[in-house]
Structure formats: structure tokens, C-alpha cells
Write a protein that binds this ligand. Structure first.
Ligand SMILES: Cc1ncc(COP(=O)(O)O)c(C=O)c1O
Length: 358
């Protein structure tokens, strides 16, 4: 075997799901309704040449920028937010640098930062997974070159106040500060454009078409920020990093805001229902502003997951995340899927001996 760079050799291998994920997939924060019918129709009408040609991403970059209300030189389209994270790390992190993360959080930040050889400093979230602003600020030093925060966070659904995030960006002027707003549509608050204020030119915001737009399989994300900083990241991006099919579908996706609105409404309602249901069984879960809920099943967690799977509902084991022993994360989807989820949950909880308290 060839010897890889030490930073790559030290990365854990990706651990894909062991089984073919059949059933209601509430384990990977996917959109259970899929893409808008307009996107699907556009896919069907693609020509052979649409597939045969390299398609430039720039015209769609301008369209996405207009959709977000910012300039096109402030946006880089990427192969999902995953690629945006990777590019940001590759652009700004040297092996002697430090990346600051609040844990538990989305694993890609750690993997991409570590792949550069940089040191990852993990700051544990506070009580109820609150954003630990004082602890985070205390870790900032001249070597801090990246701070990545998912807002809302995955897997907790917790949010950080805009002021806290801006303060972190101000106090770490040498760091790229990424606010990953993958679940923005389910929450509603954004820092998009905040880099224009003058005191946080180091701020980046990421958005995705994977979640509320239901296009995870097409792989489109957007990295937004100060034009000079985004320009540096752009130098590293492959010219055709976003595929032609995805680019061709973006106008239809952005044109169907009603589809996104309706889906988000269903998720928000389902989120409340699920939180209420956990309360009825005396199971701790955390207030979420995203499209999923984290719950502490406790000692019966493995049996809960098995029982759910036997009923055709897949949920995600998060017990290895920091401070998440006995926890599962459950994605919320369309109303009918929430019904299916709640039914399977009631049966499973009764089966593993949990009793209803109200
Ligand atoms: C916080 C967060 N960021 C980014 C992603 C990945 O987004 P994309 O599909 O755009 O790569 C996820 C997916 O689960 C996520 O939870």
C-alpha cells in the first residue's frame, strides 16, 4: 500500500450503514418527500447534450446569489455543504493551526479539519447543549484559523444566538468562521450578509439544497461570505464541482418556494408532535429548531432501535457522540411519515417496557 499523508492515515474510515436502508429512513436527516415535482419534471426533460457537456456553474451562482439576496462574487456553489467545509479547511488551515468545534456536532468539520493536519480543539456544549460562548472564546488564540458551528446544530437541534456567533468571529479575526445553516429553513434566523458590516469579514455562511429542498442526491450547497475570502476558496474548487444535472434543476427548485414552505410546515408540526410524544413517555428530548429531534432513550436504546427497525422505521444511533449516551436522533418528514413514526414508537416503547406517564 502507498503511504498516505500522516493526517489522512490518522483519519477514521467512514462507517457506512451496515444494512441496505430499506423502510422509512429517518436516520440521515433526509427529506422524506423528495424534491419538488417541478425539479422532477425538469430532470425528466434533460437532453443527451445536457448530460454530455461540461456545464459552467457561474450562471447558477448568480441565480443562487439573487435568491439569497447577495452578490454573485459572494457565493461559491459546491458539491453539497460537505465540499464547502472541505474547501474551507483546505484554504485556511495549515498543519500547525487549530480548528475550534463545539461538540457534539456534525462530524465532517472534524474530519475535514484533521485531514489538513490541523489540530481540532473540541469545546463541549453547555447544559441542554447550549452554545458555550465563554468556553469557546477562552479557547481562541492566534493559531485559531477555523471555527465551525452548525446553527441549528446537528445532532442536537440547539441554536446559538447571532450575537454570540458574531462575537466569536470578532474575537478570532484570523479564523474562517463558518456558520453552517444547513437547517436554516426549519429555523428562520440567518447571518447571511453579516460579513458586510465591516467587523466580521471572516464570517462564512453555508446553505444546502439537500434538506428543505429535498435534493440531497443531487449534491448542491452554497458557501457565502466576503467576496475576497470566497474568491480564495474559489481558487481551490474544481471548475465543474457541481454536476450538470444539479445545475439544470436549480431554477426549478428555487422557483417552487411553495413546495419548500409546505414541507417545512409539516416538519415543524411533526417536530412538536414528536417532542410531545416523548414527554408522554417520560423520555428526555431536546428542543430542536432543525428537521430532527435528539432523544435520550437510555439503557433500552439498542432495543428501541431494533424495535423501530423491525417496524420499518430507521433512526440514528448517536450514543457515541459527546454527552449523548443512550441517545437516538430521529428525522422528521412529511405528516404521514410522522404518523408512521409515532405508531412505531408507541409500539416499540411499550414492547421494551417503557410506560406512559400521561
Ligand atoms: C450541519 C450539516 N451540515 C451539512 C450537512 C451536509 O449537507 P450537504 O448534503 O449539503 O453536503 C449536513 C447533513 O446532514 C448537516 O447536518
Amino acid at each position: 500500500m502507498l503511504k498516505p499523508r500522516a493526517a489522512v492515515q490518522n483519519l477514521p474510515a467512514y462507517d457506512p450503514p451496515l444494512v441496505w436502508r430499506e423502510g422509512l429512513r429517518l436516520d440521515f436527516n433526509e427529506n422524506t418527500a423528495g424534491c419538488s415535482p417541478r425539479v422532477h419534471a425538469r430532470l425528466r426533460e434533460l437532453s443527451a447534450n445536457d448530460i454530455g457537456y461540461y456545464r459552467e456553474r457561474e450562471p447558477m451562482e448568480a441565480a443562487v446569489a439573487a435568491h439569497l439576496g447577495i452578490d454573485s462574487d459572494e457565493v461559491l456553489l459546491t458539491n453539497g455543504v460537505d465540499e464547502a467545509i472541505h474547501l474551507l479547511c483546505e484554504t485556511f488551515l495549515n498543519p500547525e493551526d487549530e480548528a475550534l468545534l463545539v461538540v457534539p456536532t456534525f462530524i465532517t468539520y472534524e474530519l475535514s479539519a484533521r485531514s489538513t493536519g490541523a489540530r481540532v480543539i473540541k469545546v463541549p456544549a453547555g447544559k441542554n447543549f447550549s452554545f458555550p460562548i465563554s468556553d469557546l472564546l477562552a479557547q481562541i488564540n492566534p493559531r485559531t484559523r477555523l471555527i465551525a458551528v452548525a446553527n441549528p446544530n446537528n445532532p442536537t437541534g440547539a441554536t446559538a444566538e447571532p450575537d454570540a456567533l458574531l462575537e466569536a468571529a470578532r474575537r478570532a479575526p484570523n479564523a474562517a468562521v463558518l456558520i453552517d445553516e444547513a437547517y436554516f429553513e426549519f429555523y428562520g434566523k440567518t447571518l447571511l450578509g453579516a460579513w458586510r458590516g465591516g467587523d466580521v469579514p471572516n464570517l462564512f455562511v453555508a446553505r444546502t439544497f439537500s434538506k428543505a429542498y429535498g435534493m440531497a442526491g443531487l449534491r448542491v450547497g452554497a458557501l457565502a461570505g466576503n467576496s475576497a475570502n470566497v474568491g480564495m476558496v474559489r481558487r481551490l474548487a474544481c471548475p465543474f464541482n457541481v454536476n450538470a444535472v444539479a445545475l439544470a434543476c436549480l431554477p426549478a427548485a428555487m422557483g417552487d418556494s411553495e413546495y419548500v414552505r409546505q414541507y417545512v410546515e409539516q416538519v415543524r408540526r411533526g417536530r412538536e408532535e414528536l417532542q410531545r410524544e416523548f414527554a408522554r413517555w417520560g423520555i428526555r428530548c431536546w428542543e430542536s429548531q432543525a428537521s430532527f429531534v435528539l432523544a435520550k432513550i437510555g439503557a433500552g436504546q439498542a432495543r428501541f432501535m431494533q424495535g423501530m427497525e423491525a417496524r420499518g422505521v430507521l433512526v440514528h444511533d448517536r450514543s457515541r457522540d459527546h454527552n449523548c449516551e443512550g441517545c437516538v436522533r430521529i428525522s422528521i418528514g412529511k405528516t404521514e411519515h410522522t404518523g408512521q413514526l409515532l405508531k412505531a414508537m408507541r409500539e416499540t416503547l411499550a414492547e421494551i417496557g417503557v410506560t406512559e406517564i400521561s
